[in-house]
Design a protein around this ligand. Structure first.
Ligand code: NDP
Length: 458
């Protein structure tokens, strides 16, 4: 049977673009259907603009610190300048993505695609049907906003980047990556920032020492934390939004932002028509090769709910193309994914948390260092760097590394190589320290700060 295409990719985000590029490079006839901008969440309204805004917001700390080194800084900030500069950069990246697709011959179709069968896709705007040997769904995820009265008065991270003006005050709901990153961005840019979270520990899936260090850092930057509470409703006020909290309190803010998780973009895609199975959270269910229950339909990235991270989507897209179009079956290892939270202070982590390590093995050594980063020592800033190493007992295998402080994201990427290779505490000890640095702590721990034997702290 002949098809119009070998592969139709729905969604030109990180995973879809990588899969399309690689498949086209291996000689497949490929079309990528995208209804919005090429680049997906990461490039257009996620990682890239977020990191640019993180840089912008960190100058406040830098300017303050500069004074302890003898500088006099008279600084002011202009939001429209940042928004325009960001837009220019993401447009450049968007064009680069489109060029990279075009080079190996992948076609970009600007339309909305709906799956009409295991080997067919309908373009809604163009009102035509295409046939294809394989379909790859890479439609990503979208912000989830709780169903509270007045929810339409709030924004999500999608809108936060392009607000017409910088708000005077903001309430952010959530306790995950996006909530804490945006809280530090807005606070750094001078916005009176409050975070409301339904539990009492931010980043609750991270190692507890990371959550504690983060809480200290957020408070030190003037961010108000409202735990064990949530938004019950929103109403318009004279100069913003009045929030009624679940606790019964109410307060007004210029803006309210929901950072309450992301749901997969599977609605209205026609997946049911093709018989593709979704799980209870509407994620597309796939096997290790990213194949759905329908043999011609695959899915990669956030829409599968495996790990909502760009590098994971890219790897899934690449291995999908290797498997199907280069006769080189590869599966992605979803364990030991390093991750960073670009909050202030920054967090980098790989491997097991202390609780997970103890639950898994019972015999664990924990090495923990807390110290003021050298850059702070000329000021009265009390914030500590936290460096935590979790190993098997008696200088065995490294099970987890958790870092909090400047450049933790950069550090964890490098440590993740050693951890992925199965490094032991002895391997770290053999490495000569680089002085003076924060990372040298990782190779200079003498003895455990504390240990667990048979699951009990000793
Ligand atoms: P997260 O899953 O990290 O956090 C969602 C937060 O929303 C949690 O604190 C959750 O609470 C809370 N929440 C969920 N539902 C409700 C509700 N109905 N009412 C109140 N609170 C609620 O998701 P994010 O949206 O922050 O980010 C999505 C994903 O994107 C992340 O998981 C991450 O994989 C990725 N990401 C990665 C970044 C990076 O690598 N630096 C940056 C940004 C995003 P609870 O804890 O109780 O479940």
């Amino acid at each position: 049977m002949s098809f119009d295409y070998d592969l139709i990719v729905i969604g030109a985000g990180s995973g879809g673009v990588r899969a399309a590029r690689m498949a086209a490079t291996y000689g497949a006839k490929v079309a990528v259907v995208e209804e919005f901008r090429v680049g997906g969440t990461c490039v257009i309204r996620g990682c890239v603009p977020k990191k640019l805004y993180v840089y912008a917001s960190r100058f406040r700390d830098e300017f303050e610190l500069a004074e302890s080194f003898g500088w006099q800084v008279d600084a002011s900030f202009d939001w429209p300048t940042l928004v325009a500069a960001k837009e220019k950069e993401i447009t450049r990246l968007e064009n680069a993505y489109a060029t990279n697709l075009a080079k190996p011959g992948a076609e970009i179709i600007r339309d909305r695609a709906v799956v009409t069968g295991p080997n067919s896709v309908k373009l809604l705007k163009g009102d035509r049907e295409l046939t294809t040997k394989y379909i790859l769904v890479a439609t990503g995820a979208t912000p989830f906003i709780p169903d509270v009265p007045g929810r339409e008065l709030g924004i999500s991270s999608n809108e936060a980047f392009d607000l017409p003006e910088l708000p005077k005050s903001i309430l952010i709901e959530g306790g995950g990556y996006i909530a804490v990153e945006f809280a530090t961005i807005f606070a750094g840019l001078g916005v009176d920032t409050t975070l409301v979270y339904r539990r009492d520990r931010l980043l609750r899936t991270f190692d507890k020492d990371m959550s504690d260090g983060l809480e200290f850092g957020l408070k030190a930057r003037g961010i108000a934390l409202r735990y064990n509470d949530g938004v019950a409703g929103l109403a318009k006020s004279a100069d913003g939004v009045t929030v009624t909290f679940k606790s019964g309190d109410s307060a007004s803010y210029s803006q309210v932002m929901f950072a309450t998780g992301r749901t997969p973009n599977t609605d209205g895609l026609g997946l049911e028509t093709a018989g593709v199975v979704l799980d209870g959270q509407k994620n597309i269910v796939v096997d290790a090769f990213s194949k759905t229950n329908v043999p011609s339909v695959y899915a990669v990235g956030d829409v599968t709910g495996r790990a909502q991270l760009t590098p994971v989507a890219i790897r899934e897209g690449w291995y999908f193309a290797e498997t199907l179009f280069n006769n080189n079956p590869l599966t992605v290892d979803h364990s030991l994914i390093p991750t960073a939270v670009f909050s202030e202070p920054e967090i980098g982590t790989v491997g097991l948390t202390e609780d997970e390590a103890v639950a898994q093995s019972g015999d664990v050594d924990v090495y923990l260092a807390r110290f003021r980063p050298m850059a702070n020592t000329l000021s009265d800033r009390q914030e500590r760097v936290v460096i935590k190493l979790i190993t098997e007992k008696d200088e065995g295998k490294v099970l987890g590394v958790h870092l909090l402080g400047p450049s933790s994201g950069e550090m964890i990427q490098m440590v993740a190589i050693a951890v992925g290779m199965g490094a032991t505490k002895k391997d770290l000890d053999r490495t000569i320290a680089l002085h003076p640095s924060a990372a040298e702590e990782l190779v200079t721990f003498k003895s455990p700060s504390y240990s667990y034997r048979n699951g009990t702290k000793v």
